[in-house]
Design a protein around this ligand. Structure first.
Ligand SMILES: Cc1cc2nc3c(=O)[nH]c(=O)nc-3n(C[C@H](O)[C@H](O)[C@H](O)COP(=O)(O)OP(=O)(O)OC[C@H]3O[C@@H](n4cnc5c(N)ncnc54)[C@H](O)[C@@H]3O)c2cc1C
Length: 409
C-alpha cells in the first residue's frame, strides 16, 4: 500500500507538466470565447482527444494511480486552464466512473468506448441523478425503472435535471428507483444507449459560470433499454435489494437514508481538486498583476494590504490541496473516512475557491470586474464548487454526523 507522500514521482511530474502545458496553451486561450458562446467547446475536446487527454486510457491511468494523487493532480492542472472547458473534458469521465464502479466487465468494454467516441468523431457522456425535487435529498428521487420480464427490458420514466452533457451525450447513465420503499438503497443505474427513443433534452440552462459546460434537463418517456443495460446485472441487483429489505425490516431505515449522503464521499476529493485549480489560477493572475500594477509610484504589492491578502490566498490554497491529497490517498489505499475526510476536502477547497477568486477581483480593482480579465470568469466559475456533488451545507452535515454519531438535521 502506498505511503502518503507529497513528493510526486517522475511519472507524475511528467503528466502534471504535460497537462499544464495543454491547459496553458490550448485551454486558457479558448476560455473567454467559449464562456461567451455558452456552448460545448467541441474543437478543444477534439484537441484533447488528439493528444490523449480525452480518453478512457488517460482517465483510468490517473484513477488507478496507487498513490491516489493521479486524479487530483490532473484535475488541478486542467481546471487551472479553465473550469468550463475542463468540465467539458472530464464530464464524460464522471459518467465513465459510474460504469467502472458498478458495471460488469462486458458493460465496461461495451459502453465506455462509446462514451468517448474517437479522435475524428468525439462523443461525450452524461451522468443523470439529480431531479427537480431530488437535489440534496437524493433519496426522494422519482424517476422509475420497471422491469418488463416478457421482453427483458427496463422501462424508464421521469425527468432528470442539471445533467452535465444531458441530451447531447452519446451515452447517458441514469439513476432510477426500482424499489421506492428502500430510499436510496432502492436505486439502480442504467445505461441509455445512443439514439434510444423517448430520451429527449429539456431545458438547457443559462448559467452564472462554467458556461462552456452544457447543463440540461433530460426527459425520459417510456424509454426502453435492454436488460443488459442495468449496471451490474439483475442478479446482483436482486441480491442487494433483498439485503436492504432485511436491514430495513431490522430497523435500519435511518441508516438507509444516511447512506445516500455518503454515496459520493469518495468522488468528492476530485471536485476539491478542481476548486484548487480555479483558486490557483486566480491567485497566480492576481500575484503577477500586483507586482506590475503601480499606484502611488510603486507596485500595489508593496502594500501589506495587498501582500497579506496574497499570503492568505496562497496559504488557503495549499491547505485545501493537502486536504484533497489526503482524502484521495485514503480513498485509493482503502482507508475508511472515519472523520468524513472526503467531505472535508471538498468543503474547504470549494469555499476557498469562492473566497480566493473574489479576492483576486479586488486586487485587480476595476479591471478585475471586467470580462477583459479572467478573474471575473474564475469567480463566476468557482461558485459551482460549493453546489454540485453535494452543497457545502450537505458536506457539513456529513462531517457533523460522522464526528458526532448524531442524526443532525
Ligand atoms: C452546473 C451544474 C452541473 C451539475 N451536474 C450534475 C450532473 O452531471 N449530474 C447530476 O445528477 N447532478 C448535477 N448537478 C446537480 C447538483 O448536484 C445539485 O444542484 C446539488 O446536489 C444541489 O441540489 P439542488 O440544486 O436541488 O439544491 P437543494 O437541494 O434544493 O438545496 C438548496 C439549498 O438548501 C440547502 N439544503 C438542502 N438540504 C439541507 C439540509 N438538510 N441542511 C442544510 N441545508 C440544506 C442546500 O445546501 C442549498 O443551499 C449539477 C448542478 C449544477 C448547478
Amino acid at each position: 500500500m502506498a505511503e502518503f507522500t507529497m513528493d510526486l514521482n517522475d511519472d507524475q511530474k511528467q503528466v502534471r507538466d504535460w497537462l499544464h502545458g495543454f491547459a496553458k496553451d490550448v485551454i486558457r486561450p479558448a476560455a473567454a470565447e467559449w464562456d461567451e458562446r455558452e456552448e460545448t467547446p467541441w474543437p478543444v475536446i477534439q484537441e484533447a482527444a488528439k493528444v490523449g487527454i480525452y480518453s478512457l486510457d488517460f482517465y483510468a491511468q490517473q484513477f488507478f494511480d496507487p498513490t491516489g494523487l493521479g486524479i487530483p493532480v490532473a484535475m488541478e492542472e486542467l481546471f487551472w486552464g479553465d473550469a468550463g472547458i475542463a468540465l467539458s473534458i472530464v464530464g464524460t469521465g464522471l459518467a465513465a466512473v459510474g460504469v467502472l464502479a458498478n458495471g460488469t466487465e462486458e458493460q465496461i468494454g461495451t459502453w465506455i468506448p462509446q462514451m468517448y467516441g474517437d479522435v475524428t468523431d468525439v462523443k461525450v457522456a452524461a451522468f443523470c441523478s439529480s431531479e427537480p425535487d431530488a437535489g440534496s435529498d437524493v433519496a426522494s428521487m422519482r424517476t422509475k425503472a420497471v422491469y418488463d420480464e416478457a421482453k427483458d427490458e427496463w422501462v424508464l420514466n421521469g425527468t432528470k435535471t442539471w445533467a452535465t452533457n444531458g441530451g447531447i451525450a452519446n451515452v447517458h447513465v441514469v439513476v432510477a428507483v426500482v424499489d421506492p420503499e428502500l430510499g436510496s438503497k432502492g436505486h439502480a443505474s442504467f445505461i441509455v444507449p445512443p439514439n434510444t427513443p423517448g430520451l429527449t433534452q429539456g431545458q438547457k440552462f443559462k448559467k452564472h459560470g462554467i458556461r462552456a459546460s452544457h447543463t440540461a434537463e433530460v426527459v425520459l418517456e417510456d424509454v426502453r433499454v435492454p436488460g443488459h443495460c442495468l449496471l451490474g446485472g439483475k442478479e446482483k441487483l436482486d441480491e442487494r435489494l433483498a439485503r436492504s429489505r432485511e436491514k430495513a425490516k431490522a430497523g435500519g431505515g435511518e441508516r438507509v437514508k444516511n447512506a445516500a449522503m455518503a454515496t459520493f464521499e469518495a468522488s468528492r476529493p476530485a471536485v476539491g481538486a478542481m476548486a484548487v485549480g480555479t483558486a490557483r489560477a486566480a491567485y497566480d493572475y492576481a500575484l503577477d498583476y500586483a507586482k506590475t500594477r503601480e499606484q502611488f509610484g510603486r507596485p500595489i504589492i508593496d502594500n501589506q494590504g495587498i501582500a497579506f491578502q496574497l499570503a492568505d490566498m496562497r496559504t488557503q490554497i495549499d491547505a485545501a490541496r493537502l486536504l484533497v491529497w489526503r482524502a484521495s490517498w485514503m480513498a485509493t489505499t482503502g482507508k475508511k473516512f472515519e472523520s468524513a475526510e472526503g467531505s472535508m476536502s471538498k468543503l474547504y477547497a470549494s469555499e476557498t475557491a469562492k473566497k480566493v477568486t473574489g479576492q483576486a477581483i479586488q486586487i485587480l480593482g476595476g479591471n478585475g470586474y471586467t470580462r477583459e480579465y479572467p478573474v471575473e470568469r474564475m469567480h463566476r466559475d468557482a461558485a459551482i464548487y460549493t453546489i454540485f456533488e453535494g452543497t457545502s451545507e450537505i458536506q457539513r452535515l456529513v462531517i457533523a454526523r460522522t464526528l458526532s454519531g448524531m442524526p443532525i438535521r
